[in-house]
Design a protein around this ligand. Structure first.
Ligand code: B12
Length: 300
C-alpha cells in the first residue's frame, strides 16, 4: 500500500501529464468510476501509473469519436469484454493520435489491445506495417514530424522485441537474420523473424548494420536453413555485391526489404523474398516444391 502511494501522483500532476482538467477527471470518476484513486494520509487523491494509462486511453478514444460512456467501458475493461474488436484502421488512427501527442501510455495501450486481440501475423500485416508506412508518408508530406516517427518507432520496436523472447529455442529450422552493413531499418526484419517463429522456426537475429564478414563466419558455424539479409535502401546492397556473392556460395541466401530487387538477387545469386514480412515468411516456410513460383528464382 505504501509502495503504491509512493509510485502514485497527485491529481494536478496526472492532469498536466495527460492533458485534462481536474474537474473533468473528477466527473469521470463520479460518472463512470474510470479510476478509483487511493488517498494519501492527508486525504489527497493519489493516482497510479495504471490509472494514468486508463485516463490517457479514455482521452484518445474520445478524440477518435467514441461516446464517453463507451470510451470509459473500453478503458476500464480493455479488450476482454469489448463487444466488437477494434478494426485495424481504428487502431492505426489511435496510433497516429498517440504519436501526435507524444503519449507513450496511449501507444502502449493500443499495442496492448492489438497483441491481445490479434495473431502476430495480423498485428504485423494489418496494423504495424501500414502504420509505419503511413507515418513515413506523413513525414514526407510535411504533416508529421521526424520526432513523432522516432517516438513511435522506438516504442514499437521495443514491443516487437519483447515478443521475440526465446525465439532461438526449440528444434525447428533456423534462420539467421541481419540487416546489411550500414542499414538501420530493422523493424521489417524483426517482424519477419516473428512471422517465422510463429511457424515454428528458430531465429538467430543480428539486427541492424551487420558486417558481411560476421555473417560469413556465423553461417558456417550455425548452418542455418536460411540466411536473410534485409535493407530498405537498394544502394546498401549494391555497395556489397562481391561480399554478398561469396556469402551466397556458402549459405542459402535470401534478401528482403524495400531495397531488395530482382537485379540484386540475380547478381549475388540469392533468392528474393517478395512482399511484406508475413507473406515472405509464408513463402519461405512452404516446402521447396511450392517455393519456386512465389520466391524470386535462384539462377542455375
Ligand atoms: C522508421 C524509419 C526510420 C528509422 C528506422 C528505425 C528502425 N529501427 O527500423 C530511422 C530513424 C533509424 C531511419 C533512418 C533513416 N531513414 Co528511414 N524510415 C523509416 C520509415 C518511417 C519506416 C520504416 C519502416 O519500418 N517501414 C515499414 C517497413 C517494414 O515498410 P517498407 O520499408 O516499405 O517495407 C515493406 C517491404 O519491403 C517489406 N519488408 C520490410 N522489411 C523487410 C524485411 C524482410 C526480411 C522482408 C522479407 C520484407 C520486408 O515489408 C514492408 C511492407 O510490404 C520509412 C518510411 C516508409 N515509408 O517505410 C523511412 C525510410 C525507409 N527512411 C528513409 C531514409 C532516407 C532514411 C535515412 C537515410 C534518413 C537520414 N537522412 O538519416 C536514415 C537511414 C539510416 C540507415 N543507415 O539505415 C527513406 C528511404 C528512401 C530510399 N529508398 O532511399 C524512407 C522510405 C523515408 C522516405 N520516404 O524518404 N528511418
Amino acid at each position: 500500500m505504501e509502495d503504491n502511494l509512493r509510485a502514485g501522483v497527485r491529481i494536478g500532476t496526472l492532469c498536466a501529464r495527460v492533458g485534462i482538467t481536474p474537474e473533468r477527471l473528477r466527473a469521470w470518476e463520479r460518472r463512470y468510476q474510470l479510476v478509483i484513486p487511493q488517498r494519501s494520509p492527508s486525504g489527497y487523491r493519489i493516482y497510479s501509473p495504471a490509472d494514468e494509462a486508463r485516463v490517457a486511453r479514455m482521452l484518445s478514444l474520445i478524440e477518435l469519436g467514441y461516446a464517453p460512456v463507451e470510451a470509459a467501458r473500453i478503458s476500464i475493461h480493455g479488450t476482454e469484454v469489448s463487444a466488437e474488436p477494434a478494426s485495424a484502421s481504428a487502431l492505426i488512427a489511435e496510433l497516429h493520435l498517440a504519436a501526435a501527442s507524444f503519449n507513450d501510455a496511449a501507444v502502449h495501450a493500443v499495442l496492448d489491445h492489438l497483441f491481445a486481440q490479434e495473431s502476430v501475423d495480423l498485428a504485423i500485416s494489418e496494423v504495424v506495417m501500414p502504420f509505419l508506412f503511413e507515418q513515413g508518408q506523413q513525414w514526407e508530406s510535411g504533416s508529421g514530424s521526424i520526432a513523432e516517427e522516432h517516438f513511435t518507432t522506438t516504442i514499437i520496436r521495443v514491443r516487437l522485441g519483447a515478443l521475440s523472447h526465446r525465439w532461438g529455442a526449440g528444434d525447428g529450422r533456423m534462420a539467421l537474420l541481419a540487416c546489411a552493413p550500414g542499414e538501420r531499418h530493422d523493424i521489417g526484419l524483426l517482424c519477419f523473424g516473428l512471422a517465422l517463429r510463429a511457424r515454428g522456426w528458430r531465429v538467430t537475429y543480428l539486427g541492424a548494420d551487420t558486417p558481411i564478414s560476421e555473417l560469413d563466419g556465423l553461417a558456417a558455424r550455425l548452418a542455418p536453413a536460411a540466411t536473410v539479409i534485409s535493407a530498405a535502401i537498394e544502394e546498401v546492397f549494391e555497395a556489397h555485391l562481391d561480399e554478398l556473392a561469396s556469402l551466397s556460395a556458402r549459405t542459402p541466401l535470401y534478401i528482403g526489404g524495400a531495397g531488395s530487387t530482382e537485379a540484386v538477387a540475380l547478381r549475388i545469386d540469392a533468392r528474393l523474398l517478395r512482399g511484406d514480412p508475413v507473406s515472405a515468411a509464408i513463402q519461405l516456410t512452404r516446402g521447396p516444391s511450392d517455393q519456386e513460383p512465389e520466391i524470386g528464382p535462384k539462377p542455375t
